[in-house]
Write a new protein. Structure first.
Length: 128
């Protein structure tokens, strides 16, 4: 198996010993994305909806760097600092994925890095 590191300036750089994504055997495994502005490295303002939108844009940029799109995503995992944000996140999340949407798990967690309210990771099937 060959593993290829995926990196793009269109999403925040990794802040630890991990890759934005790894492509292997036709699959793309994306690290979790926060609602960080790639240019400033700061969380976007506007609450969970704004953070969710930015996290999904970051995820799309990582997938693009791998030669994939949101339509290639087969599974996502959403981590929420507050499960009460579930409905607000769904409103932002749905338009990013064509029908049928990917399988998804959503968890409330004790805390997220940098005080974020949401983190989203994905697995996609690479078309190339």
């Amino acid at each position: 198996m060959t593993r290829q590191q995926i990196a793009t300036g269109g999403a925040p750089a990794a802040v630890g010993p991990y890759s934005q994504a790894i492509a292997a055997d036709g699959w793309v495994f994306c690290a979790g994305q926060l609602g960080l502005d790639p240019a400033s490295g700061s969380l976007v303002e506007g609450g969970v909806a704004a953070q969710a939108e930015r996290a999904l844009q970051n995820l799309a940029a990582v997938l693009d760097a791998a030669g994939a799109t949101m339509a290639d995503v087969v599974k996502t995992t959403v981590f929420l600092a507050d499960i009460g944000d579930f409905a607000a996140v769904n409103e932002v999340y749905a338009p990013f994925f064509p029908d049928p949407p990917p399988a998804r798990s959503t968890f409330a967690v004790g805390a997220l890095p940098r005080g974020a309210r949401i983190e989203i990771e994905a697995i996609a099937r690479h078309r190339g």
